[in-house]
Design a protein around this ligand. Sequence first.
Ligand code: SF4
Ligand code: SF4
Length: 255
Amino acid sequence: MNESTLDPALIPEGRTVIGDQPFSFHCHPDVSCYKACCRRLELYLYPYDVLRLKNRLGLPSSRFMHQHTRLGRGSHPYFPAVLLNMAENDEQTCPFLSDQGCTVYSDRPSACRTYPLERAVEKTGTGSDLSAYYFMTHHAYCRGHFEDRQYTLRQWERDQVLYEYNRMNDLWAEVDAFFATNPWQGEGVAGPLQQLAFMVCYNLDEFRAYVARYDLLRRSRLDKERRRRVERDDAELLKFGFSWLLSELGSGSLR
Ligand code: SF4
Ligand code: SF4
């Protein structure tokens, strides 16, 4: 999608839409602002971000959530957002920042990976088709915009290894859009159904135990090969969880 097809009302303040034209940016340890962007952050974590970070740190998901996150207001009132806690020091640095840079670099969250761009998706048509577009942010402290290197969007996605994150975040966007319809069957927010949904999205280790306890994979009639993948792989389990939630809460059949 490019600026000519995007409703200008959807463009957040202070951002410009990035289309097919290359943009200038380069972040490296010699920029004068190195690590300036890793402090005092409202860093939102999506379910796949939590999966990657808890595995990177070797923590059970409940411990990661308890130790490193807090709940905040999401994009709608029917499901909370999850934010990373900053360290309790004067600069409120990210807990994963060291003198050398990011200590979780290959598993850093989507927002860090995409920066200085931001990615948004829009549902198109009646199916699950999404259009994605990127905005450029313009923070005065970030000197990377004045470097010579240029990227196209495709080069940026490749350089930042964004494909798997984008794929998982698009699935999450579909689930979150469904949560925005208040599907909690009259229980209200923070009722048992919403808590179950929160566990599936953010407490994957507990969901794995839940799946085994209720024999969900067999009851969901997954074929053997997919069952094996879900049993072994957290990302496959999360994908199954998204699909299971949509089917349990009444937005379609299990995929
Ligand atoms: S996760 Fe890494 S890149 Fe992101 S804010 Fe923390 S230190 Fe910076
Ligand atoms: S502020 Fe910009 S250029 Fe500086 S370290 Fe952060 S992303 Fe890189």
